[in-house]
Design a protein around this ligand. Structure first.
Ligand code: CRA
Length: 812
């Protein structure tokens, strides 16, 4: 970069405006092949081509990245910092190429060398630095922030091993480590100069009334940056992932020389484990001390980096809220409040109350779940051991919070039963707290934080989740995307409400046929992959009925598979009836220690084994469960689906985002009034949605009824027949008792109300089949779903965060 750097000049040459010709792109790629990868076209493997290609695409991301960074500095803009323990990014090559307007030229140039883009791209490992919805949401939001020109950083951890790989042995889930960094990560810019020490443990000393914290060990957080380009290539932000590094400076030579070798190496051991693995628990708390240390590691490094950047251009720390917004993605980074207060008080001599006020004005907290087991609580003992200074700050905040509640006989406390409640802490240290769907936000206000809500009216806001239409429509479903562009013109990709222009075409037979063809193409793409990758052959002419998401009892994969058994039994009783052929598709991982979820996986696989080998029903019913569901599989599977199963027990799914991806791709939803289903149904129209099940309120009432599970089973002969078949070992001939525990739960407790909702689900599935037998009707409904899903773009969500929480303007 020259000294006379002019930001305005760069602005004029953002990537999209200077799209390369095929010749230029070819030259750039061959240069990388030769000088970065060190291969000639004759010798290059698919891996080599992918590296050359990725480096070429990355080069085009750098210009908008520089210009965005430079403009943010020059214009002294407010920045958003999104702190998240998870970023479930998936592959980047095609996504970045689409946003930079390079996909067509890239595909064309590869073809000149006899290479198919799909083949080259398939080698890219998924960056699986997340478990499920929360992590994928963070990735969609990063992409939308860049698209909207919101100056932002994503801060996360650079786990060596992302979410475990799943395979099945005799139908049982087996986990093996994931290794996304085993080969070069071409997107990564290593920033050894951006490194911060993060302290753990140690003691507090009192010095003239001030607390001095001397940590026992320190670990270096070292930054790795990935540019995230927005659609159109006008703006790019940074995803900064911290890796823990044992540092020579941190090695304790004194202790080593004194013969205490283990203590001397402690920082190294801690460092090695801090960024090693992602906790594989979706919504439940992970292993204690290491998890808390990971959370603090992410948070402290990020907050230090944020203050360093702020102080490079400002000196008044009290003005921080004018220039900095920090969003906490669930409570995982909730130690950000105490950490920011600590840095302001201990390192910058701000008085305590002003520090609290400043931190609170900067911070926002998104709640993603009401499940009690997922609401993080750390024992006071552990806190004292790992973060003694933070515990002291939390104790003061607790005292202040109690005082705020006046004479309340049982005040809510940040610390109770010897545990720090991270949700209550996050609430008190944030100026805005949001839920992720209208229903969820209502429950957050009424059930999770009623006292906070009364003390701070207006602090809770709703921001319904969204998904990025670039990855989840344009990239994942090229045939539907092309049909949309041919019909309403380009531009819907960044203005998703424009899909409404498709509404009149629901009545146009030619358009409906074209939609049918695009769905068929998506099915062929998916089944082609399934055959090649897993050796599973599927009929193309069938209703593709999919439930893909983490395995959890509240998501009720069990309800789905029990119904599948009922359906199979019915077909067998009357094989000549006019059945709609169905393919039941399941996908998703269970937390390794979640016994019941793993048992449900096994049941699905056991049922598949029997049903798929039944010559009488094979042509009418299949059950498939491709292992290792993740972002890349979702990209192939979702466009192929006709029916989307969103069947959680009402009140339990905070939002869901898979529900949005399916509907956007023209699948109809069978679902309960839960999470964002409620709003999806309102938008697409009740007549275009298969609703069933108890409402949140009825769920509460039903659970209070003694013996509700037995009563529901007694009322359903169909479900009893299903349970009986399982009990007789129909699906586990070698072990009749395999599912005893599961059956026992069904009869005697059924917290998730599978039995209570079974009959209504069965009725709704009947409607689905009737409707599917009338292709014209089905297609009309599917098209109306697509046309009315514009609201669920993550661009809309981000616009709302920008105005309602972050108070930040678009730079575009
Ligand atoms: N598991 C919720 O359960 C929601 C996502 C994103 C979840 C989903 O319903 O769509 O967050 N909650 O908001 C969560 O992770 C810690 O809580 C999820 O992904």
């Amino acid at each position: 970069m020259s000294q006379s750097f002019d930001a305005r000049q760069l602005r004029e040459t953002t990537a999209a405006e200077s799209a390369p010709t095929p010749a230029q792109f070819r030259q750039a790629m061959l240069r990388h092949l030769q000088y970065t990868v060190g291969k000639s076209p004759q010798q290059a493997s698919l891996f080599d081509w992918r590296m050359a290609l990725s480096h070429t695409v990355r080069d085009y991301a750098v210009d908008p990245w520089f210009s965005a960074t430079r403009r943010t500095w020059d214009e002294d803009r407010k920045r958003v910092y999104y702190l998240s323990m998870e970023f479930l990014i998936g592959r980047l090559l095609e996504d970045q190429a689409i946003n930079l307007g390079l996909r067509d030229v890239m595909v064309q140039v590869l073809a000149e060398f006899g290479l198919s883009f799909d083949e080259v791209a398939e080698g890219e490992p998924d960056a699986a630095l997340g478990n499920g919805g929360l992590g994928r949401l963070a990735a969609c939001y990063l992409e939308s922030m860049a698209t909207m020109g919101c100056p932002a950083y994503g801060y996360g951890l650079r786990y060596e091993h992302g979410l475990f790989r799943q395979h099945f042995e005799n139908g049982r889930q087996i986990e093996t480590p994931e290794n996304w960094l085993a080969t070069d990560n071409p997107w990564d810019f290593t920033r050894p100069e951006a490194a911060y020490p993060v302290g753990f443990g140690g003691e507090l000393h009192d010095h003239d009334g001030a607390s001095i914290w001397s940590p026992r060990s320190k670990v270096l957080a070292s930054a790795h940056d990935t540019p995230v380009v927005g659609y159109g290539g006008q703006w790019a932000n940074t995803l900064r992932l911290w890796a823990a590094m044992p540092s020579a400076d941190l090695f304790n030579l004194d202790r080593f020389n004194a013969g205490d070798f283990a203590a001397a190496s402690e920082p190294e051991a801690l460092a090695r484990s801090l960024s090693r693995v992602l906790y594989p628990n979706d919504t439940t708390e992970g292993g204690k001390e290491l998890r808390l240390s990971q959370e603090y590691f992410l948070t402290s490094a990020s907050v230090q980096d944020i203050l360093r950047r702020y102080l490079a251009a400002h000196d008044d720390l009290l003005k921080l809220p004018e220039f900095v917004a920090i969003q906490m993605n669930d409570t995982h980074p909730a130690i950000a409040g105490p950490e920011l207060i600590r840095l302001l008080v201990d390192e910058h001599a701000v008085d305590f109350d002003t520090a609290v006020e400043t931190a609170t004005s900067v911070l926002g907290y998104t709640n993603h779940t009401l499940l009690p087991e997922a609401l993080e609580r750390w024992s006071v003992g552990l806190m004292r051991k790992v973060l003694p200074r933070h515990l002291q700050i939390i104790e003061t905040l607790d005292t202040q919070f109690i005082a705020l509640q006046g004479q309340a006989p049982n005040p809510v406390r940040l610390i109770s039963n010897d545990q720090v409640s991270m949700g209550d802490l996050a609430f008190t240290t944030s100026h805005k707290v949001n839920g992720v769907s209208a229903l969820h936000t209502e429950l957050v206000s009424q059930e999770l934080f009623p006292v906070h809500n009364e003390l701070h009216p207006g602090r809770i806001v709703n921001i319904t989740n969204g998904v990025t239409p670039r990855r989840w429509l344009k990239l994942a479903n090229p045939s539907l995307a092309a049909l949309i562009t041919d019909t309403i013109g380009a531009g819907w990709e960044s203005d998703l409400e424009r899909l409404r222009e498709l509404e009149p075409y629901a009545e146009d037979p030619a358009f409906r046929d074209a939609f049918g063809r695009s769905k068929r193409q998506a099915k062929e793409h998916f089944t082609g992959w399934l055959a090649a990758e897993h050796g599973i052959e599927l009929p193309a002419e069938a209703l593709y009925d999919a439930q893909v998401k983490r395995l959890h009892e509240y998501k009720r994969q069990l309800l789905n598979i029990l119904w599948t058994i009922a359906h199979w039994q019915r077909i067998k009783r009357d094989p000549q009836a006019n059945w709609v052929p169905r393919v039941k598709i399941f996908g998703g991982k269970a937390a390794p220690s979640y016994h019941m979820a793993k048992l449900i996986i096994q049941l699905i696989n056991d049922v598949a084994e029997v049903v798929n080998n039944d010559p009488e029903t094979r042509h009418l019913l299949r059950v498939v469960y491709p292992p290792n569901y993740g972002v890349s599989m979702a990209e192939k599977l979702i466009p192929a689906a006709d029916l989307s199963e969103q069947i959680s027990t009402a009140g339990m799914e905070a939002s869901g985002t898979g529900n949005m991806k399916f509907a956007l791709n023209g699948a109809l939803t069978i679902g309960t009034l839960d999470g964002a289903n409620v709003e999806i149904r309102e938008h697409v129209g009740a007549e275009n949605f298969f609703l069933f099940g108890l409402t949140t309120e009825q769920v509460g009432e039903r659970r209070a009824q003694q013996g509700h599970s037995r009563a529901a089973l007694e009322a359903s002969q169909t479900l009893r027949d299903v349970l009986q078949a399982i009990a007789e070992g129909t699906f586990s001939p070698e072990d009749h008792h395999r599912y005893d525990g599961l059956l026992e739960t069904m009869w005697n407790s059924d917290w998730f109300l599978v039995a209570s909702d079974f009959e209504d689900y069965d009725r709704a599935q009947g409607e689905v089949a009737d409707c599917y037998s009338d292709p014209e009707k089905w297609q009309r409904m599917a098209i109306l779903n697509i046309a009315r899903m514009g609201y669920f773009s993550s661009d809309r969500s981000i616009r709302e965060y920008m105005s309602q929480i972050w108070d930040v303007e678009s730079a575009l």
